[in-house]
Structures are given as C-alpha cells and as structure tokens.
Design a protein around this ligand. Structure first.
Ligand code: 5GP
Ligand code: ZN
Length: 154
C-alpha cells in the first residue's frame, strides 16, 4: 500500500514543483539554534522589551512570560505574550517546552478574562516565518479580541 500525505501526494511524486515554493527563511534553523534557544539576544526587539530597555505597556508577567500591549493594535484588545527566553519562533519549540506553553496559554486565558473578552470569544495566534506573517523573530502569541474575526485569516 502506498502512503500518501494529507494532500494525497506521495512525497517523491515530484508534484512539489507544481506548487509555490516557499520563500527562503530569513533565519533558517540550524541544529545549534533549534533546540533550547538563547536566554537573550541583545539585538532582538522583544528581548529588549522584556529587559525593560525599550518601553512597553505591560499587562502581565511571571518568571517565564511577559505580556504587553501591541504597539499597533489590530483589535480592541491586542496583547502580545512573550517568553522571557529568546526563542525565534514556534518552529523551534520542542516537547521540552510544554511548561512554557502552559504558562503562555494560561496567561492568555487569564488576560482574556481580565480584559473582558473571554465571554465573547477571542483569538490566540502565532505567526511563523515569512509566509506566516512573522515580523519579529522572537516567539510571541497574539491575544486578540473585542471584535469578530474571519476564518480563514487572509
Ligand atoms: P508578528 O508580525 O511578528 O506576528 O507580530 C509582531 C507584532 O509586534 C506586531 O503586531 C507589531 O505591531 C508588534 N510590535 C512591533 N514593534 C513593537 C514595539 O516596539 N512594541 C510593541 N508593544 N509591539 C510591537
Ligand atoms: Zn528575543
């Protein structure tokens, strides 16, 4: 029996060329960079915000996570949840990051309640890479609410 992918295309069918090739990642993962992430990147905007070197409006924090208001909100509530540790994107997460993810989603749920968007519903999203719409290469979750969102996203 031949195993196929979800798209019904065998991995060696050559059909990949018929689809769009994804853009070259700005920061391709290397074996060295893909595991635990660095504690801090002095050049990174969100590392500098976490360190308090660049001002932000903090709405929550614990020993692993900092939550700030987005500087250019796309919804009445738009909060960013940042791990204190420099992880470039969700593509670098591993099974060992379960506790951190629990903190990130736990704080998102807490903030959704305190921001008054929990009952109406909200969105938690993370963008990965160029086609995913990621513009800051430090893992962050957007907590957005206060209006209805369409699906699928544009
Ligand atoms: P991404 O595009 O990577 O998914 O999300 C990056 C987010 O960071 C954007 O929504 C953008 O508005 C926000 N952002 C960019 N620079 C700053 C900043 O200096 N301060 C804050 N609070 N948010 C920022
Ligand atoms: Zn960083």
């Amino acid at each position: 029996m031949t195993t196929t992918s979800d798209a019904g295309i065998t991995p060696d069918s050559g059909d990949a060329a018929a689809r769009c090739d994804p853009p070259t990642p700005r920061n391709p993962s290397t074996p060295d960079a893909s595991t635990a992430g660095r504690e801090r990147d002095p050049e990174c905007l969100f590392c500098r915000i976490v360190a308090g070197e660049i001002p932000s409006t903090r709405v929550g924090e614990d020993d692993q996570v900092v939550a700030i208001r987005d500087i250019s909100p796309r919804a009445p509530t738009h909060v960013l949840l940042l791990p204190r540790r420099h992880i470039r994107s969700a593509a670098e997460l591993t099974g060992g990051d379960g506790a951190l993810l629990g903190r990130l989603f736990g704080m998102a749920a807490e903030l959704a309640r305190s921001e008054g968007i929990a009952d109406g519903g909200y969105r938690v999203v993370t963008n990965v890479g160029t086609w995913g719409g990621q513009t800051v290469d430090h893992l962050h979750f957007h907590l957005m609410g206060g209006r209805a969102f369409s699906w699928p996203p544009g």
